[in-house]
Write a protein that binds this ligand. Structure first.
Ligand code: TEU
Length: 543
């Protein structure tokens, strides 16, 4: 196993990241909720997979209205997850295995239980009042009609001060006022606290929204966004080896070049969503689904590959804790679960950027089908309530929930075929997917042809051949509706990636320069001249 030297700037370009949702990863104390000691216990598993860093979803103190994305103390560990000593041990044990810890920083908003907000409610003269965004008016007259992402108005009346406060998410997640320099300094202090603890870097939640303008109803890409990012970078990310990943739903390619400018003035990389929104109705939201057209996906990804090459750095992902499972979305989670999970991974890991594996993806975990009463995610529950009240057909609403709810990604990791899939000895906080008897880590580790071992191999390939890191990108057959194929080239090395996105057997004409080349990876065991259902292959030669 090769370890990347994390004391050098740019290590993340050769790395593979693993996103870990702590509530659902591994419970160690039987309370039904995953915790930090559980993660420590599973570090060997992650080391075997070969990942270089863990993006750890929020573990700071939080009332958990939005599963930790509502932080009430940036420098404390939530007791649900353990203690600061556990966290220090996780960082140290990770380091021993070549795995850096990346903290999830929620800087756009905090919890309404944070000391700052409780102080802010004490009066307009309180020094913390201006840490938030307030507007005067009467209790029946909100400043404007802006909607919050999780439903309802983006303004909530606070009778304590007789004012409205602004929140882009739940009302328990008041937005921080980035125009206040003292507030920004407080945030930088908390970031330095974690740098001193030895973390490898940070993922920045909805960072494109910090420059918002609540009066002009501008949420992302606000006028002072990049100015704030440069200040944040200079003040908080002083060491050039610290990785910083900006979650930016609103980033296009030009913005991404600013975010991830190679001069290091802002962040290390952007985490943007253009490709993953292609199967929703334009102008509507994720619940309004349309079928994916493969040529559109290819055009989108190819644009990002070509235009960011040498000018910025992108994240490569299909999954995260907010997205449904990709094998259920763009693969086939029935007859071809294993093949399609491997094919999708091949397509992604062949590209330029830093790949992210979201927990369970390496096992080919699937979506779950739950009745509405069993859902826990506030976004899902609020949308259900709103759409039913608006007269939508309940069957259709449930169909979008089964396809798109964030809960799909948040079921406990399936470790074994045994009781509670080895996740907990208590009652799991979220239902376990009943397919755990077939799909679990124990079975995957024992099977050399499992999705797990395929990911392992892909990770190793990226570390072995430079072309994965630096090669220029060329899309082949852009109009083909079934096959996604591309080449990557450096002066010496060349790869050809071919992926069949259908359950049909197809043919593909391999370009002459790849005749007789080496097969680096293939998701079928036997040779064939045809491209079988969901088959993927990477061919390689060097000059
Ligand atoms: O998500 C950003 C965000 O905009 C999401 O609300 C997104 O629109 C939605 O999840 C799509 O289904 C980040 C975090 O990743 C998410 O978990 C948090 O709930 C959110 O910010 C608020 O902090």
């Amino acid at each position: 196993m090769k370890y990347l030297d994390k004391s050098k700037r740019g290590w993340w370009e050769k790395a593979v990241f693993y996103e870990l949702y702590p509530k659902s990863f591994q419970d160690s104390n039987g309370d039904g909720v995953g915790d930090i000691r559980g993660i420590i216990h599973r570090l060997d598993y992650l080391q075997e997979l070969g990942v270089d860093a863990i993006w750890l979803c929020p573990v700071c103190a939080s009332p958990q209205v939005d599963n930790g994305y509502d932080i009430s103390d940036y420098c404390a560990i939530d007791p649900m997850f353990g203690t600061m000593a556990d966290m220090e041990e996780l960082i140290a044990e990770g380091r021993k295995r070549g795995i850096g810890i990346i903290m999830d920083l929620v800087l756009n908003h905090c919890s309404d239980q944070h000391f700052w907000f409780r102080e802010a409610l004490k009066g307009k003269d309180n020094p913390y009042h201006d840490f938030f965004i307030w507007r005067d008016g009467g209790p029946d007259c909100p400043p404007n009609q802006m909607r919050a992402t999780f439903g309802g108005l983006a303004w909530t009346w606070a009778p304590e001060v007789g004012q409205w406060y602004f929140h882009q998410f739940a009302e328990e997640q008041p937005d921080l006022n980035w125009d206040n320099p003292a507030m920004r300094q407080e945030l930088y202090r908390s970031i330095r606290f974690w740098v001193d603890k030895g973390v490898a870097g940070f993922r920045l939640d909805v960072i494109d929204q910090i420059g918002k303008d609540a009066d002009l109803e501008i949420t992302n890409n606000g006028p002072r966004l990049h100015e704030y990012l440069r200040e944040l970078s200079a003040e908080a990310f002083r060491e050039d080896w610290l990785v910083s990943v900006g979650e930016a739903w609103g980033a296009d390619i030009e913005r991404a070049k600013l975010y991830s400018n190679p001069d290091g003035s802002e962040l290390s990389m952007v985490f943007q969503f253009q490709h993953i929104c292609l199967d929703q109705e334009p102008g509507k939201d994720k619940w309004d689904m349309i079928p994916l057209e493969l040529p559109k996906l290819k055009a989108c990804l190819a644009d990002w590959q070509r235009q960011l090459h040498g000018k910025g750095w992108n994240s490569l992902f299909f999954n995260n804790h907010d997205l449904p499972r990709i094998v259920s979305r763009w693969g086939n989670d029935r007859e071809y679960r294993v093949e399609s999970a491997k094919m999708l991974a091949t397509m992604l890991h062949g590209m330029e950027g830093t790949p992210y594996i979201y927990q369970g993806e390496e096992l080919g975990m699937t979506n779950i089908c739950l009745p509405i009463e069993a859902h826990v995610d506030l976004e899902t529950l609020n949308m259900y309530g709103e759409r039913i009240a608006q007269g939508y057909d309940p069957g259709e609403v449930m169909a979008s929930i089964h396809a798109r709810s964030r809960d799909n990604a948040r079921t406990p990791i399936q470790w074994t075929a045994g009781k509670n899939t080895g996740f907990t000895t208590g009652d799991p906080w979220m239902p376990i997917n009943p397919n755990y008897t077939r799909i679990n880590a124990e079975a995957a580790l024992a099977d050399p042809d499992s999705v797990f071992h395929y990911y392992r191999k892909l990770i190793q390939l990226r570390k072995t051949y430079d072309v994965f890191h630096k090669g220029s990108f060329t899309l082949l057959c852009p109009e083909d509706e079934k096959i996604f194929a591309y080449t990557r080239d450096t002066e010496e090395e060349h790869i050809l990636v071919i992926c069949n996105f259908t359950d049909e057997t197809l043919t593909f004409d391999v370009p002459g320069n790849f005749w007789g080349s080496e097969m680096l990876i293939n998701n079928y065991v036997e040779d064939s001249h045809k491209l079988r259902p969901y088959e993927s292959v990477i061919l390689y030669y060097h000059d």
